[in-house]
Design a binder for this molecule. Sequence first.
Ligand code: GLY
Length: 367
Amino acid sequence: MSASHARSVRVRLAERSYAIELGVGSLGGLGEAVRARLGATRALILSVPPVGRRYGAAVTRSLRAAGFRVKRFEVPDGERSKNLRQAERLYGEMLEAGADRGSSVVIALGGGVVGDLGGFVAATLFRGLPVVQVPTSLLSMVDSSVGGKTGVNVAQGKNLVGAFHQPSLVWIDAATLRTLPPRQLRSGMAEVVKHAAIWDARLFSRLERQLEPLLALDPDVLVPILERNCRIKASVVSRDEREGGFRMLLNYGHTLGHAVESLKGYRGVLHGEAVSMGMVYAAALSERLGKAPEGTRERLEALLRRVGLPTKLPSFERRAYLRALSVDKKKRDSRIRFVALRGIGEAETVPLLPREILPAGALTRQC
Ligand code: GLY
C-alpha cells in the first residue's frame, strides 16, 4: 500500500465514534486494524460471489494472520438479496458456524447491498454484533458504508425495515474500484456529485476540472476526492445521526430518484442513475421556486452528462409519478421535505405537496 495515499476520517458520535480508513492496496492491513479496535476473535465475512471470488481470500488471509477464526458467507448479487429471507438464512448459518455475542464481528465486504444487509444482520443477531464495513463500490465508499443506516426491503418498499447501527470501522481500499463495472462506477459518481452540489462548491469545481483522471481512477485525484466525500458524509452524520432534519439534505435527488426506481420495478436503472435524473429535476424546480439562481440546473446537468449519467426522467404519466411520491394513500395530502438547491454547494429542505413537486406540465418541461 502506498503510504502517501493513506487517509483517516473520524465520524464523531460520542461513544459510537469510529474511523474511516482510506488507502490504495490496503486490504492486507484489515486484520490488524480490526484486532487493534475490537476484542473479537471470530470474523464472519459476508459478500456476494463476484466480490468474494476477487477479494475473499485476501481478506481471510489478513484476518487469520491477525489471529481471527474466519467463516465466509454469501448472498446472491443484487438488490433482490436485501430481504428478510436472506437475513434469516444468514442468522441460521452464522449460528451454526459458532457465532456468539462476545467474540464475533461481521465483516461486510462489498457494495451497498452487502453493507445494508450485513449491517442489519449485525444489528439484530444477539441484539447487536459489531460490524466492520469494507466497501468495494464507489457508492458504498462515499455513502452507504458510513452513517449506520442498515436494512432490508419488503414488498411495500425499499429499506422499510432496518436499524441504525454504526460500524466499528470503515476500511476503504480504493484499488478495489479497478474491478468495478464502469456502469457501477458512474452510478456511484452520482452520490459524489450530490455531495458537492449540496455542500461544497469547491468540490464541484474540482470535479469539473478533474473528471477524466477521476474516472480513470488516478489515485492522486481519486483518494483526495474520496476523502473529501467521506468528510462531508461524516460531518452530516455527526450533526444528525438519526435524520431528525439536517441529514435529510443527503436525500437530494432521491425523491424523484426513488419514484423512478419504483416505477421501473427496480429493473434496468441503477440507484445513481435514478438519483442523477432526480437531481437535475430538483435543480430545475429549485430555480422555478426562486431558490437557486438561473444556470444551476445547466451546470449540474452538464457535469452529470460528462460522467455518462442519464439526466432526463423516464416518461411515465404524471399520475403514476404522483402515486409513487405518495406511497401511502393516507398521506396523499401530507408534505414531503423536498431537498432544493440554493445554488451549487448549498441546499435546504422545503415542505411541498406531491402536486407542487410535479405541477401540471412539469414532466414535459422536465420541471
Ligand atoms: N444515504 C443517505 C444517508 O445516509 O442518510
